[in-house]
Design a protein around this ligand. Structure first.
Ligand SMILES: NC(=O)c1ccc[n+]([C@@H]2O[C@H](COP(=O)([O-])OP(=O)(O)OC[C@H]3O[C@@H](n4cnc5c(N)ncnc54)[C@H](O)[C@@H]3O)[C@@H](O)[C@H]2O)c1
Length: 258
């Protein structure tokens, strides 16, 4: 799992470990990766550290060699590394022409190529059994572009398209065993967006308030809200499901606002 040391990723990793999965914790920061591995092992789970940047194919190829040697195959690939950058956002007082191309490129690379490259590198570990589940992490902003969030939304929309493309490609080339789906989380209060959604005193910002107003369940998601969907997509219970992008959003996507 990439992004395993992040807020959502670590919650998913621990949950899957509690349910018997061996977790390969992929991250860039050795201290964080080792810490998560220790936490999982302390709870009697199985976890192993892997170090790589998801946008670096050479680093991932080295990881591939380690995984192939140690485990021989991969049942599940969760591409949870991703994120936004301030320069890829158009602030309320900014003009579109001020968009910073380098930061836009970085966000596209992290989210899109950071999903594409690990899938490319690790797919051969699923081809032996012609079986595996690939789970990408999209966002609400892919299907319903959010104001300000320019680069991140484009990158997540590209992940949706890639998810569908890969699902079709893998069925046609390898049969029905290798499935590709995406989870589209709605608004989860995490470090990535805390200052956008809440003020220092904990009250909602204007944007946070408008999001809650547009969410029929009237709350932000909790990391644990992704456990069930992750479990289902990783298991044979979703055997006939591929190419889907599934919102976990308290109804945000369904609500027209009237
Ligand atoms: N938090 C939300 O509300 C929300 C909503 C929708 C989608 N998402 C998506 O869910 C995923 C997880 O988000 P999160 O809230 O846990 O964020 P997070 O910042 O806590 O976690 C992101 C993880 O990705 C890792 N990462 C970043 N760049 C990397 C790189 N180049 N190589 C390897 N690892 C890298 C980070 O180290 C971190 O562990 C992301 O794809 C994010 O875009 C989050």
């Amino acid at each position: 799992m990439s992004g395993a040391t992040g807020v959502l990723g670590s919650s998913m990793a621990k949950y899957l470990a509690q349910n018997g999965a061996r977790i390969l914790v992929l991250g860039r920061n050795k201290v964080k990766v080792d810490r998560l591995v220790s936490e999982i092992v302390a709870e009697k789970g199985k976890a192993f550290p892997l170090l790589a940047d998801v946008t670096d194919e050479n680093q991932l190829k080295e990881v591939f060699a380690t995984v192939e040697k140690s485990f021989g195959k991969l049942d599940i690939l969760i591409n949870a590394a991703g994120g936004n950058l301030p320069g890829a956002v158009i602030g309320p007082d900014q003009d579109f022409t001020e968009a910073k191309i380098e930061e836009l490129r970085h966000v596209m690379e992290l989210n899109y190529l950071g999903t594409f490259i690990p899938t490319k590198v690790f797919l051969p570990l699923m081809l032996g059994d012609k079986k595996g589940s690939i789970v990408n992490i999209s966002s609400m902003t892919a299907q319903r572009p959010l104001t300000r969030v320019l680069g991140y939304g484009s990158a997540k929309a590209a992940i949706d398209n890639l998810t569908q493309w890969l699902a079709v490609e893998f069925c046609q080339k390898y049969g029905n065993g290798i499935r590709v789906n995406a989870i589209a989380p709605g608004f989860f209060l995490t470090e990535q967006n805390r200052s956008l959604l809440t003020q220092q005193d904990g009250n909602l910002t204007d944007r946070g308030r408008r999001i809650i107003e547009h969410t029929p369940m009237k709350e932000f998601g909790q990391p644990a809200d992704l456990h069930g969907i992750t479990h289902w997509l990783c298991s044979d219970a979703s055997r006939f499901v591929t190419g889907t992008i599934i919102p976990v959003d308290g109804g945000f996507n369904a609500y027209a606002g009237v």
